[in-house]
Write a protein that binds this ligand. Structure first.
Ligand code: 5AD
Ligand code: FES
Length: 361
């Protein structure tokens, strides 16, 4: 495709309130390097204008690997009986939170598998405790829950919530998530938004049965939902899952999806995902940071457990010490001529007044 034509399609997708799926598909199908550079540079430019040069850090604590679900791609699936499960103690969680703060990071992500018997009151006390001790934003990522539980945690002080839809194709979603429904996923995302959470969603690239049309629909879904945070990860096959023999998601396609996510979302916060950094070969997160991403997520799960949170194999940094990632990331960011932003990194989608109001509600 001519460079001029590519540029025209980019402008159109960027400017449209409802981008044409055909245009998004055209961009996802680009394979000539001149064209893909144009796409990545366009996204980099949107990132520069809408969120600036700073790269935000979110410290993640994977506090439990127990899961009630059987997602076909995920190593934490309850069907993986070879995985040794763990749950951090309160003291371990608080120590990890302290490590995050000592590194100067002001967002703590509390993530776990979707625990069957997660004690909502316990989590709410943990949120309150962390908020009382540290000046941080809390992001939760604990899966599909009832609205009253989401409300309880919000009242306890949780600021944000991550729940990927994984794919916007309801049939594909349900084929990969036995016993789960796309409708309930959407209900959760709606509840979270209504409760005043800064809400993030995201997808996987390279799932069995996923097409370019379907990926284009994911981009339209991101646009339509006006989410505060969005993420794009390549699928990485895990030996103890039904998708063990499937090919790994394509890096180029993942980068094109990251770029388009930036182009349609303007000022959403978008990570260079750990899965991108975990693909065979080099750590390619810098490429994502040059194609629209503005967030990195250093891992603060204590080292003995980190290896056991094996969503996919060869996850980056499983053998590093707790403090190693932020240093390494600062180097990565500096090499790109950018800088680490040690702010809370709240959503840029709402005005300060909205955020204060939501925090008060
Ligand atoms: N490859 C990449 N990402 C995965 N996730 C789960 N399994 C895999 C995999 N095999 C992601 C899902 C989920 C998040 C916790 O981990 O997107 O939302
Ligand atoms: Fe973890 Fe580099 S980001 S060691």
């Amino acid at each position: 495709m001519s460079v001029l034509h590519t540029q025209a399609v980019l402008e159109r997708v960027f400017a449209a309130k409802r981008p044409q799926r055909g245009d998004v598909e055209t961009l996802l199908r680009l394979d000539d390097e001149r064209d893909t550079s144009l796409l990545f540079d366009f996204a980099d430019d949107v990132r520069r204008r809408f969120v600036g040069a700073g790269v935000l850090l979110r410290g993640i604590i994977e506090f439990s690997s127990f899961c009630r679900n059987a997602c076909a791609y995920c190593g934490l699936s309850r069907t993986n009986t070879q995985l040794r499960r763990y749950r951090l103690t309160d003291a371990e969680i608080l120590a990890a939170a302290e490590n995050i703060c000592e590194a100067g990071i002001r967002t703590i992500v509390l993530q776990s598998g979707e625990e069957d018997n997660l004690d909502a009151d316990w989590l709410s006390q943990m949120i309150a405790e962390v908020k009382a001790r540290f000046d941080v934003a809390i992001t939760l990522s604990v899966g599909e829950r009832r609205r009253d539980e989401y409300a309880l945690w919000r009242e306890a002080g949780a600021d944000r919530y991550l729940l990927k839809m994984e794919t916007s194709d309801a049939a594909l979603y349900e084929s990969l998530h036995p016993g789960m429904s796309f409708e309930n996923r959407m209900r959760c995302l709606r509840d979270l938004g209504e409760l005043g959470y800064q809400t993030g969603t995201g997808n996987l690239v390279g799932l069995k049965g996923q097409t370019v049309e379907s990926l284009a629909e994911d981009i339209l879904f991101f646009k339509e939902g006006d989410f505060d945070m969005l993420s794009v990860s390549p699928f990485i096959p895990h030996a103890q899952t039904p998708l063990a023999a499937e090919p790994t998601g394509d890096l180029e396609m993942t980068l094109k999806m990251t770029a388009l996510t930036r182009i349609v979302s303007g000022n959403a916060h978008i990570p260079a995902t750990t899965a991108i950094g975990s693909l065979a070969g080099r750590d390619e997160r810098p490429k994502a940071l040059r194609a629209g991403a503005n967030v990195l997520m250093p891992n603060f799960t204590p080292t003995p457990y980190r290896r056991q949170y094996e969503i996919y194999p060869n996850k980056r940094c499983v053998d590093e010490n707790a403090g190693a990632c932020p240093m390494c990331m600062a180097g990565m960011v500096a090499a790109l001529g950018r800088w680490v932003d040690y702010g809370r990194g709240d959503s840029l989608k709402r005005s300060d007044a909205d955020l204060v109001q939501a925090q008060r509600d």
